[in-house]
Design a protein around this ligand. Structure first.
Ligand SMILES: Nc1nc2c(ncn2[C@@H]2O[C@H](COP(=O)(O)OP(=O)(O)OP(=O)(O)O)[C@@H](O)[C@H]2O)c(=O)[nH]1
Ligand SMILES: [Mg+2]
Length: 489
């Protein structure tokens, strides 16, 4: 009947009352956060036509969902179908006649029932916080008469209340399965469970649905590995980051001139760091298909990881004891490491000084930046040039790499918590959350510290990378299991 219909592809149609959360359910299940593709809105009646949403892997359509406008006149439609049945118990054939003949009087009902009559399975979305009225009973009856596989989804949009019991009782007698799927909270595991529920009600298509479940599992592992790669790349680039400038005789002779150069270099350093952060966060958002989550990094304004706040240094990263232990076990105190890679070669022992005192760098969210390591004077030459150089390196604190890692892990957790069906504002602002690296077992801390040290020296230890990669995969798996403080509230 319609061009969107295809045989052999398991199809499920999402139905329910206007504003029940049908579009949001599909958006979360299929990870669509784009209103252009799937409109989710507080205004009732936003979805006006039946929309096909194909599940495509390897250029092949494996499953298909339909979003629908929702029931508008269920009681009247039920009466009409009873009239068509003419005294018999209504069944699939009567629904077919209804779809063929009653389009003018019941445009929405006919649209949403059309795919069902064609053989699609049913996902019936209800808000169990609402009282179970007659109009809902009419919807349930009509769907039962279709004889199609039916899954009822409880999508609570308010506080749990006593209505849910009545819904469960009623749906239990008319549907093959009743499940809860909170379109605003559901994460990977719940999405997977929903697909498994479809497998249970629609056995004819078991093979294809099973294939899709395997495909999303595989894709999920792949995303985690892509994320590890992204985070590793960020850490390596951040830890080897240096900014340099030439140092002439006048700079050496006039301290104020030298200090100005240092301040400019420090500013450049933090700008570049913010850029690296932003690139990393961008990639993570892309991997998990989020477009609506707002960044917390703006390199143009030096905003991002708030290194100018004491709190960051106290809350994130390892605690003092862990840091000392990791440093000792990793061999050689990390604090002593200051070798300048990246375009500069050291000609001997340079001068390492604590760089910027107060005031120099108050641009960073109004606070004071951490001290950067600075090497200048006779010890260092810019590559290819004869002049001496100033080189600004990473913040002096041993906790710097750990704080970078913490900030990315917390953001990763936040990204995974966000359901694609939500349309409210979301910021990746994780400043209030507790350190995750502090929970690491000590052998993992030692391993990472060794690799961090190699990066800080300017020569990342490639031999250790596979081990570090595997450790971070494990870390992300753990992070995925954890809820942040916010979502617990
Ligand atoms: N709190 C909460 N709100 C939800 C949930 N699901 C949907 N909503 C909100 O309810 C409103 C309607 O959601 P939609 O998904 O557009 O509902 P619909 O059934 O597709 O609506 P129509 O297409 O207009 O029939 C939106 O503002 C959603 O954000 C949920 O699980 N929890
Ligand atoms: Mg809708």
């Amino acid at each position: 009947m319609n061009e969107w219909w295809k045989d052999g592809v398991p199809a499920f149609v999402v139905v329910g009352r206007v504003n029940a959360g049908k579009s949001a359910t599909l958006a979360t299940l299929l990870e669509v956060d784009d209103d252009e593709v799937l409109r989710v809105s507080a205004t009732p009646g936003e979805t006006t036509g039946v929309q096909a949403l194909p599940v495509i892997y390897d250029n092949e359509e494996w499953m298909r969902f339909f979003d629908t406008p929702g029931f508008q006149q269920p009681v009247e439609a039920m009466r009409e179908i009873e009239r068509i049945a003419d005294g018999r118990a209504p069944g699939p054939d009567d629904l077919k006649v209804f779809v063929e003949e009653c389009g003018e009087q019941f445009p929405d009902e006919v649209r949403l029932l059309a795919p069902i009559v064609k053989g699609a399975g049913i996902l019936y979305v209800v808000d169990p916080c609402k009282p179970l009225r007659d109009s809902f009973l009419a919807e349930i009856e009509i769907l039962r008469w279709s004889g199609r596989p039916r899954l009822a989804l409880l999508n609570p949009q308010g506080e749990a209340n006593e209505n849910e019991e009545a819904w469960r009782d009623r749906l239990g007698t008319s549907f093959n399965l009743v499940r809860t799927f909170d379109a605003h909270e559901a994460r990977y595991d719940e999405r997977r469970k929903m697909l498994l529920a479809l497998l249970q009600i629609e056995e004819r298509h078991a093979e294809r649905i099973e294939w899709v479940v395997e495909a999303i599992d595989h894709e999920w592992d792949q995303r985690r590995e892509d994320s590890v790669e992204t985070i590793l790349d960020f850490l390596e680039k951040s830890l080897t980051l240096r900014t340099t400038d030439s140092l002439d005789e006048r700079d050496e002779g006039v301290p104020a001139r030298r200090e100005r150069k240092q301040a400019a270099l420090a500013e450049e350093y933090f700008k570049k760091l913010a850029k690296l952060e932003r690139t990393c966060v961008d990639k993570l958002l892309k991997v998990y298909r989020h477009h609506l989550i707002e960044h917390d990094v703006d390199p143009a304004k030096h905003r991002g990881l708030d290194l100018a706040t004491d709190e960051t240094w106290q809350k994130w990263g390892l605690n003092r004891l862990q840091l000392t232990a990791a440093g000792v076990l990793a061999g050689g105190a990390a604090g002593a490491i200051f070798d300048l890679g990246v375009g500069v070669h050291s000609l001997g022992a340079g001068t390492v000084i604590g760089a910027l005192g107060g005031g120099t760098a108050a641009f960073f969210k109004g606070g004071q930046l951490p001290e950067l390591k600075v090497k200048l004077g006779g010890g260092v030459r810019l590559k290819g040039g004869d002049g001496k150089a100033i080189v600004m390196g990473p913040p002096a604190s041993l906790n710097f790499p750990w704080i970078l890692l913490d900030s990315m892990l917390l953001r990763y957790r936040r990204i995974l918590e966000r359901a694609h069906g939500r349309r409210d504002e979301s910021k990746l602002d994780v400043g209030d959350e507790e350190s995750l690296v502090r929970q690491f077992p000590s052998d993992r801390r030692t391993l990472l510290q060794k690799w961090f040290n190699s990066c800080l020296k300017g020569s990342p230890d490639r031999g250790k990378e596979p081990e570090v990669f595997a450790a971070l995969v494990e870390v992300l798996e753990e992070v995925e299991e954890l809820d942040s403080v916010q979502s617990d509230q």
